[in-house]
Design a protein around this ligand. Structure first.
Ligand code: GDP
Ligand code: IMO
Ligand code: MG
Length: 433
């Protein structure tokens, strides 16, 4: 039995969905433990592309169980749409469990996300406007509505009334915007309750039974380390903890049960939304990576900002997640570039920084210190073993390992399941110990 945690080691969109789908073959249960439908995980199966937002990326394996943990924030309309869209494409989905303790994204959360972003103007975060921040804010201030509340007909109406009254006062008085209609939200959510009811479970209990029975579990992180509310580039972050320890708290098992942490990182770096990004490439090089890597947001369609691989970030992600291995994705996108750069430190006002700074103002002034490596011209999308890669590509991966001090277990060379080089089987690694 092995419990493997997969997390984003950069600013999200590292290719977690593809790696999760690949590893799901070896797992019995795939678990989402934080975030919401701000996530966009693209999985390609055969000729078909699936964009998952709330459902774990194991859902495309009909024989697997999927679980949405208490740490996730759920927009029921989105979940419903996602389940129905898969059914419309004739995808048979496996057993799905939704934690009764998960918080619900309500219409006023989406509305407030938009109003707050507009009010911030130049200082905006560049959120996905899916209501994520306002929903987690209500959770922490103990005003949130959970799945279990929605199923409790007697008390739901009263909780909703209290919330809508309070939010409307805030929306009207602070933002000068029209409030929302309580009755229509109530009617909408009554219908969501009936849809969600059959999936709802004590997810922590289901998971602990699975662990007791010796089943393999894969935890699928959303977002990435630098978007973490505690460890990321605050305030340009999301409102949850995408780092590995949340796999325990966000699903209701103890941290001692987790065996191994796999960090997913692109062979370069991307970011969507605002905030500093030291290795960002503004000119044609960034444009080339964006078009070759098809770097446009899965959720919002926004062009992703692109830049070189940053080993300062890699080391930081290794530390705060306790990474055992790295999965390096999209190596194929770098084919054809004469020279590749890796940032191994920052220069800030004449000082050399080797650790990732906490202050976002300092990060904004950091100049990357680069080392250069030779590129390769070969198409590597057909490589299936490490030895199929050109020498320069292998050297590039070795250099990442040396700088980040984490071994590479997997390499992505294309969007398909088969376009994955496995150097170390992470589930087997746990058994070998
Ligand atoms: P996630 O949010 O971490 O799951 O990543 P996204 O799905 O938002 O973005 C990653 C994109 O890269 C998706 O379109 C994937 O299909 C694609 N992708 C994943 N791995 C590879 C790879 O190794 N090579 C290439 N070319 N594309 C990849
Ligand atoms: P996946 O799981 C990349 C970014 C947004 C914004 C910030 C806050 O696909 O990797 P939010 O809506 O969460 O309040 O936005 O976080 N962001 C992501 N960027 N990938 C994601 O998810 C993201 N989820 C949120 O662009 O900068
Ligand atoms: Mg994504």
């Amino acid at each position: 039995m092995a419990l493997v945690v997969l997390v984003g080691a950069q600013w999200g969109d590292e290719g977690k969905g593809k790696i999760t789908d690949f590893l799901a073959e070896q797992a019995r249960i795939v678990v989402r433990f934080q975030g919401g439908n701000n996530a966009g995980h693209t999985v390609v199966v055969g000729q078909e592309e699936f964009r998952l937002h709330l459902l774990p990326s194991g859902i495309l394996h009909p024989d697997k169980e999927c679980l949405i943990g208490n740490g996730v924030v759920i927009d029921p309309a989105v979940l419903r749409e996602e389940i129905e869209a898969l059914a419309a494409r004739n995808v048979t989905i496996g057993r799905l469990y939704i934690s009764e303790r998960a918080h619900l994204i309500m219409p006023y959360h989406r509305y407030l996300d938009k109003l707050q972003e507009e009010r911030k103007g130049e200082a905006k975060i560049g959120t996905t406007c899916r209501g994520i921040g306002p929903c987690y804010a209500d959770k922490i201030s103990r005003e949130g509505i959970r799945v279990v509340d929605l199923l409790d007909r007697e008390h739901f109406a009263e909780k909703l009334r209290r919330n809508v009254d309070l939010k409307n006062e805030y929306i009207e008085k602070i933002f000068g915007a029209p409030g929302l209609d309580y009755e229509s939200i109530l009617a909408e959510f009554k219908s969501h309750a009936e849809f969600l009811r059959p999936y709802t479970a004590d997810a922590s209990m289901i998971l602990s039974q699975a662990v007791y029975q010796g089943k393999n579990v894969l935890f699928e992180g959303a977002q990435g380390t630098l978007l973490d509310i505690d460890h990321g580039t605050y305030p340009f972050v999301t409102s949850s903890n995408p780092t590995a320890s949340e796999a325990a708290a966000g699903s209701g098992i103890g941290p001692t049960a987790l065996d191994l942490v796999l960090g997913v990182s692109k062979a370069y770096t991307t970011r969507v939304g605002e905030g500093p990004f030291p290795t960002e490439l503004d000119g044609p090089a960034g444009e080339e990576i964006r078009s070759k890597g098809r770097e446009f947001g899965t959720t919002t369609g926004r062009p992703r900002r692109c830049g070189w691989f940053d080993a300062v970030i890699g080391r930081y992600a290794a530390r705060v997640n306790g990474l055992d291995y790295l999965a390096v994705t999209k190596l194929d996108v770098l084919s054809g570039l004469d020279t590749l750069k890796i940032c191994n430190a920052y220069r800030w006002r004449g000082e050399l920084l080797t650790e990732f700074p906490a202050n976002v103002e300092v990060l904004a002034e950091c100049e990357p210190v680069y080392e250069e490596l030779p590129g390769w011209s070969e198409d590597i999308t057909g490589a299936r073993r490490l030895k199929d890669l050109p020498k320069a590509a292998r050297r590039y991966l070795e250099r990442i390992t040396e700088l980040v001090e984490v071994p590479v277990a997997m390499v992505g060379v294309g969007v398909r399941r088969s376009q994955t080089i496995v150097i170390q089987d992470v589930f087997a690694d746990v058994f070998e110990e």
